[in-house]
Write a protein that binds this ligand. Sequence first.
Ligand code: GAP
Length: 469
Amino acid sequence: MPDSNLMEKIVSLCKRRGFVYPGSEIYGGLANTWDYGPYGSVLKKNVKDAWWKYFVEDRDDMVGLDAAILMNPKTWVASGHVGSFSDPLIDCKKCKTRHRGDKLLEDKIGNAAAAAVKLEDIHAKLIEEGIKCPNCGAIDWTEAKTFNLMFKTQQGVIEGETDDIYLRPETAQGIFVNFKNVIDTCRVRVPFGIGQIGKAFRNEITPGNFTFRTREFEQMEIEYFVHPDQKKEKFEEWKEQSKIFFSDILGIRTDNLRFREHEAEELSHYSSLTFDVEYRFPFGKTDDVETWGELQGIADRGDYDLSQHENFSKKDLKYRDPQTNEVYIPHVIEPSFGCDRAILSVLLDAYNEEKLEDGTERVVMKFKPNLAPVQVAVFPLLKNKDDLVQKSKDIHKMLKKSFRCEYDDGGAIGKRYRRQDEIGTPFCVTVDFDTLENDTVTIRDRDTMEQERVKTEELEEFLSKKLAQ
Ligand code: GAP
C-alpha cells in the first residue's frame, strides 16, 4: 500500500539534503520549476550515465547524438506537432483555473473511454459525469478548446524581423532529421539505433506532482531503425531491455513497475502500438489509491517520421540494404524514457523509514551504489584532534581517486551517520584512535548498519568489491 505522505516526505528530504530545490526560490519561485542541487545533480548524472552506458556504449547496434534544442520550424510541421500536439483545455468559470478535460475524464471513466470522447463532446461528458473543478468544487465548465503544447519563442535580433521558432517538445525529431547524416558518416546498418539525452519543453496545462509533470524536463530517447519485417521481434526485445534497465540498473522494485498497452484511442498521432512502463506513484490522496504513472513509452512509430521528413524536406531518406539492395524507409521502434520521472521513481523506491533497537527512527535512502551521489563518506571520530583529522583527510584524498567521496567532520558521529543515511551513502569510514595505533578504520554499512574494521591499505579493494555488488 503506498504511503499517502510519501510524496511530501520526498519533497522535504530533497530540499533538506540538497537533492532538489524549488526553482528561482529567492524570487518567490516559478510554479512547477525545480533545480537539482549538489546531490540531485550527481544522482541525475548517474542515471543518465547508466542509461547511456547500457543503451549506447555497451551495444554494437547503437550510436549517440546531441542535437540542438532549436530546430527549423518546418520540422514541427512535418512531425505533426504543429497540427496535433495539443491537449483539450477547459476553464472553470467560477474560479478561473485551467484544466485538461481529458485528464479529468480519465480519472473518472478510465484512459480508453476518456480518449474516445471528441473535443466538442468533452463539455457535455464532464457535466454528465458530474465532474467537479478540483480547485473549487463547482461544475461550471467552458467548452473545451485545443491548446498546442509547444513553447514558441523568437529567433533574431531585430525587433519586427524575428522568426517564430519552437523549443523542442521531444528530442526524437533531432534524431530523425539526422538519420541521413548518421547513415552517410558512420558504419551503421539496419537494424540500428540512435540514442540521445536532452531537454524537452511542453507548455503543460496542469503540471504538478513535483518533478513528474513539468514544462521543462529531460528525455532519454532511442529511435531504433528496423526493416518492417523485424518490427515485432525488436519491439519485444526493447520491452525486455526496458524492464532490465529499471529493475537491474536503477534498482526499482519490480512490484512497483508494470507494462500497460495503449488502447487504440490513446495512441499518439504517429503510433500504431505503444506500451508504457508505469511506476506505482503515491500521488493518491488516501492510502487505498494507487496511481500508476508513465515512466517510459515504447512506441511503434512505423515509417511515419522519416516519410514525413522526406516529403517536407524533399531529401531522400531511404535506406539501401548493402546485402539485398532493397531500398526502403526503415520503421522505427521508439523507447522514450523520462529522465526526471526515472529519478523520481528512484528516489521514491529508495526511501525507507526504519525503527532502530534504541527506539529511535532513521530515514535511509537505499540507492544502488552505482547511483548513490556519495559512495563513501570519511569522518574523523573527533573534529578537534589534529592527527585524526589529518589521517581522515589523507584517506579521503586517497579514496577520492576511485569513488565519489565526501569528508565530514561536523557534529556528533551519530548525526553524521544519519545525514549520510538520508543522502544514501552506502559506506562510512571512521578514523578513530585505534587507526593511529594499528592503521585500521571502521567501515559502517548503510543498509545493515554493521561495522567492521579494515586495514587502511586494504580499504580501496574492500570498498571496490562491496560497491560492485
Ligand atoms: N518521443 C516520444 C515522446 O516524447 P512521450 O510519452 O510524450 O513520448 C516520453 O514522452 C517520456 O517523457 C514520458 O514517458 C515521460 O517519462 C517523459 N515526459 C513527458 N512529458 C513530461 C513532462 N511534462 N514532465 C516530465 N516528464 C515528461
